[in-house]
Design a protein around this ligand. Structure first.
Ligand code: FES
Length: 352
């Protein structure tokens, strides 16, 4: 297993201004960001498929969540990031309901493992996007069309109803030698879309060369793809975008005490068994460092002094050495008892 990347000393922060907000339908908005020109003069480079982490103070909590970028490497180079936010949690709700043009946000540099690797992947890639999972696929399709990534791409954009096809005007503009876009809709398919769901037959109808498959859209879609393409020789390898870590069931409603050592402070805070250790620190208003929120980046890497915990197996990216030495990624770790931990603080917190 690859070891997690170390956090840069400055936390990799950038400050961006919202230059436009587009509402697709209630609860779903696309934001365009530029460098604020004061603390950040120029945006950091972006790869197709990257995410940014947005951090904001919401009520008493300082909250960080990761959002995939729909912008391309060329658009980032030209000074623009684009991200679509679906209202689903505390920070997404704040962004969709409160943030407007002109506001300045604190974000991370683009990062993430859901990117093309020329040594690992085929020269042709198949993208399968479910609903709002189109954002990272749009970034990858733009990169193919503009030539900032070396692959060609066939993109299957799968939804239940045709009104869910976001960015259709942009996607249609990308079609050409490098990009093929297939719209797939379950109900009432218009004549420009395939009717039904993504299948092996649909793949073979449009793709004639060995390919790497990238999918973004949730566990149900990933399970369907894995079953559908089991034993199929057309797909050489598959890469699924990591899903968010969610609260877990805890019918007993247990609560523990978390003793947190951060910088030169030590605090006791309440922690629910159903939430991740990271969520507990956020709820308490602590500026603990985090970025990807899915166990990948290692920014939140913390040392457990005492206590029992459970790591979400689907998101456990720790090295074996870290796991054996009581190191956790609080973003994907749930408490099983009172705990005492040493956590890294966010160096950008003081400037807010
Ligand atoms: S925030 Fe990335 S590993 Fe926890």
């Amino acid at each position: 297993m690859k070891s997690a990347s170390a956090a840069p000393v400055d936390g990799g922060k950038q400050f961006v201004r919202v230059v436009s907000v587009r509402e697709h339908f209630p609860g779903l908005k696309t934001f365009v960001f530029r460098a604020d020109g004061e603390r950040t003069k120029a945006l950091a480079p972006q790869r197709a498929g990257n995410y940014i982490a947005i951090t904001a103070k919401v009520g008493e909590s300082r909250v960080t969540r990761a959002y995939t970028l729909a912008s391309s490497p060329k658009e980032a180079e030209e000074g623009v990031y684009i991200s679509t936010v679906k209202k689903a949690g505390i920070l997404s709700g704040y962004l969709v309901d409160e943030v407007k043009e002109g506001d300045v946000l604190e974000i991370s540099r683009p990062d993430g493992r859901f990117v093309y690797d020329a040594e690992r992947d085929c020269a042709h890639i198949v993208g399968v996007a479910g609903g709002a999972g189109i954002t990272s696929m749009l970034s990858m399709a733009k990169a193919a069309a503009e030539g900032s990534e070396p692959y060609s791409m066939t993109l299957f954009f799968c939804v239940q109803h045709a009104y869910e096809f976001l960015f259709r005007d942009v996607l249609d503009g990308l079609k050409g030698d490098k990009v093929q876009v297939i719209y797939v809709v379950e109900h009432d398919a218009p004549d420009w879309a395939e009717s039904g769901v993504f299948t092996k037959e649909l793949l073979h109808k449009y793709v004639k060369e060995k390919s790497t498959l990238f999918a973004c859209g949730g566990d149900a879609l990933y399970g369907h793809i894995a079953r559908e393409l089991s034993g199929d020789g057309m797909v050489a390898n598959m890469k699924f975008s990591a899903n968010s870590v969610t609260d877990r069931e805890d019918a007993e409603g247990r609560t523990f005490t978390l003793t947190v050592h951060m910088a030169d402070r030590t605090l006791d805070i309440p922690m629910r068994a159903s939430e991740t250790v990271m969520t507990a620190t956020e709820r308490a208003g602590l500026a603990a460092l985090s970025q990807c929120r899915v166990g990948e980046c290692g920014f939140c890497r913390s040392v457990v002094k005492r206590g029992e915990f459970a790591v979400d197996a689907a998101h456990d990216r720790r090295t074996r050495e870290d796991a054996e030495n009581g190191i956790i990624h609080p973003c994907c770790t749930y408490p099983e008892s009172d705990m005492e931990i040493f956590v890294p603080s966010d160096p950008a917190a003081e400037v807010l």
